[in-house]
Design a protein around this ligand. Structure first.
Ligand code: ADP
Length: 262
């Protein structure tokens, strides 16, 4: 089966007046349909750079990026986003916020509007369809933002620290909720996060990047032998700590190596 996303030997450097900063070194991985993958790495290693390349905002220096087997182009409608802030407009109702992507892309058809109403119903927001965003909790707002994204049926979801603006308690329940919705819809997702617990609780695989220039340090497959495999249940399972420690160790490996030589 053709992977949804394929990165082959990606290299990227920034060029400024001060010189060259190599950000990504020989990154290769692929995502198969329905897979949830997390990317973690030290601050400043190149995670945002990686997302900008997948987003088509920047071109790799060398290497290839393929989306469903074809080279990536800027603003691909096949990619949907969930960001740190929900970017809901206060002057629009939730229903009209959910439709904004469809309006912008010229797809505001009766079918899409019907689907929007069905999704609001399915995800427990129909009673808020006529509400303003400020009338909703942080979790419900993120749900609305996800519906807005899913409505356009993206093949790939890019999640860039989507829960980091929420307080700790809310964050646990919202990531559980959003994670389960993404699983149910069978979407392929790539989550970039600095939160290892989030990565372990949500994903099938964690890609650990080294410090800059980022290369792939290790890829850790995540499987939980629990009956009801939800992000919250994972956090209470015995495997959780083992995975967390394994990834933590790998991330701190570089630092320890430096300390030992000092
Ligand atoms: P992360 O998202 O992992 O924190 P980034 O991808 O933002 O890391 O940055 C990777 C490296 O590239 C950093 O060292 C950063 O200083 C450098 N960098 C990022 N953007 C630019 C830019 N526009 N010009 C020059 N260097 C940059």
């Amino acid at each position: 089966m053709t992977p949804i996303l394929e990165l082959k030997n990606i290299n990227y450097s920034y060029h400024t007046l001060d010189g060259e900063t190599k950000a990504l070194s020989n990154i290769s991985f692929s995502l198969t349909k329905g897979e949830f993958t997390a990317v973690v790495g030290p601050s400043g290693c190149g995670k945002s750079t990686l997302l900008s390349l997948i987003d088509g905002l920047m071109k790799p220096e060398s290497g290839r990026l393929l989306l469903s087997g074809t080279p990536l182009t800027e603003n691909s409608s096949k990619i949907g986003y969930m960001l740190q802030h929900d970017h809901l407009f206060e002057w629009r109702t939730i229903y009209r916020n959910v439709l904004i992507g469809a309006e912008i892309s010229g797809r505001n058809t009766p079918e899409i509007r019907k689907k929007a109403r069905e999704m609001l119903e399915q995800y427990g927001l129909s009673q808020f369809a006529r509400s303003k965003p400020s009338e909703l909790s942080g979790g419900m707002r993120q749900r609305a933002a996800l519906i807005r994204t899913l409505l356009l049926e993206p093949e790939l979801l890019l999640l860039d620290e989507p829960f980091s603006a929420l307080d700790y308690q809310t964050r646990l329940t919202v990531s559980d909720d959003i994670g389960q919705i993404i699983r149910r819809t069978g979407k392929t997702a790539l989550l970039v996060t600095h939160d290892l617990s989030e990565a372990v609780s949500l994903s099938d695989r964690v890609i650990i990047l080294t410090k800059r220039p980022a290369s792939i340090g290790r890829i850790v497959p995540i499987t939980f032998a629990i009956e009801n495999d939800t992000p919250l249940n994972r956090r209470n399972a015995p495997e959780f700590k083992t995975y967390f420690n394994e990834i933590w160790k790998e991330l701190n490996h570089d630092e320890q190596a430096v300390e030992k030589t000092v």
